[in-house]
Design a protein around this ligand. Structure first.
Ligand SMILES: Cc1ncc(C[n+]2csc(CCOP(=O)(O)OP(=O)(O)O)c2C)c(N)n1
Ligand SMILES: [Mg+2]
Length: 338
């Protein structure tokens, strides 16, 4: 878990550097080696590692727009994920999905930029596991800003009524872009949503990786043993803006400082030291994680960019007649770098 958390934190530090290249001075979001939006999850690593360490490759995980820490903990191929984020041909989705739409069927991981989108497919994966008589489980990650979405609430109902092996993990970082939770949702803890569907809700009120691991053992175990769904809510901290380039003018300095003061990665390191793990071992894990990240980023940057014409490939299943033969109405080649 510590290796995954250190990897995720350093990965995002490196992505941040790469992302800012060429974007200044007027913040051109389409410029530089990573075009488009970038949502970082620094401060949320415990919610990923603590849950995903109970999972196998055949278990399904869906994540939202802030996915890197979860993808890393689920075992998504780091090189191909990085190539995807850099928009390269060898990326997980040939460079067409970008950082919010990572998809790795080898470890059953997907994410989406649409809030609560991952909940219905997770319920579907749970139903598939049940019909096939396997003991696979599905985990849907969502932010606290998504707990009023119909997709979440309807999925809770389906999972409850069919006793599906699904865990809904709410990463509560207090903010939905610039909206504080208390202004839009009248529950203190997202896990209390579970009560309305007569399923268990568990809250981990601090971003303590070991506490998350223990709570997830119960939730994942219940799903795997055929005892139905759980909502697991984890209090995490958004150390960064909503996306890269967010000036966070809506957020007090005290709130930002509080988020960075609570460092779940350091907290786990301290717990491990207290359990007798020596500094050299922790340092070895850190160095190996950094090397792995640096290697993935260097590899991704060497990968070819897709041929602009490839934008038309894999876009439709059963395309309506004529669609794939249509000449582009704009000059794709001119925008090839973007
Ligand atoms: C259905 C839908 N509505 C609105 C948006 C725009 N949007 C993107 S992120 C976001 C806030 C999400 O907050 P939360 O779920 O708490 O996740 P966090 O960003 O804090 O990780 C919104 C409203 C969207 N992507 N999808
Ligand atoms: Mg949030």
């Amino acid at each position: 878990m510590y290796a995954d958390m250190v990897t995720a934190r350093y990965y995002e530090e490196r992505l941040q550097e790469e992302y800012l290249e060429g974007k200044q001075p007027a913040f051109d979001i389409s410029a530089g080696p990573i075009p488009g939006e970038l949502h970082l999850a620094a401060g949320q690593e415990a919610a990923a590692a603590g849950v995903c360490h109970h999972l196998r490759d055949d278990d399904v995980v869906t994540a939202p727009h802030r996915p890197h820490h979860v993808a890393i903990a689920k075992g998504v191929d780091l090189k191909r994920m990085t190539a995807e984020i850099f928009g390269r041909e060898t990326g997980l989705s040939s460079g067409k999905g970008g950082h919010m739409h990572l998809f790795d069927p080898d470890v059953n991981f997907a994410c989406s930029g649409i809030i609560a989108q991952g909940c219905p497919p997770a319920a579907g994966a749970g139903l598939a596991a049940k019909k096939r008589n396997t003991d696979s489980v599905a985990v849907a990650y969502l932010g606290e800003g998504a707990i009023d979405q119909g997709g979440f609430l309807e999925s809770l109902n389906l999972a409850a009524v069919h006793d599906l092996p699904v865990v809904f993990v709410v990463e509560d970082n207090d903010w939905a872009i610039s909206m504080p939770q208390e202004r839009v949702t009248d529950v203190e803890r997202p896990a209390s949503r579970a009560g309305g569907f007569d399923m268990p809700g568990i809250s981990v009120d601090h971003d303590d990786a070991i506490a998350v691991y223990e709570a997830a053992r119960e939730a994942v175990g219940r799903a795997r043993d055929g005892n139905g769904p759980t909502v697991l809510s984890v209090q995490v901290h958004r150390r960064m803006g909503h996306f890269m380039g967010d000036p966070q003018s809506y957020r007090s300095e005290a709130d930002q400082e509080a988020a960075t003061a609570r460092d779940s990665v350091e907290r786990l390191a301290a717990d491990l030291r207290a359990d007798g793990v020596d500094d050299d071992t922790l340092e070895d894990i850190r160095v190996a994680a950094h090397d792995r990240v640096d290697e993935a980023i260097a590899w991704a940057k060497e990968q070819p960019k897709p041929d602009p014409e490839a934008a038309y490939e894999d876009a439709f299943v059963n395309p309506p007649s004529g669609v794939t033969d249509t000449e582009p109405e704009f000059d794709l080649a001119g925008g090839a770098d973007r």
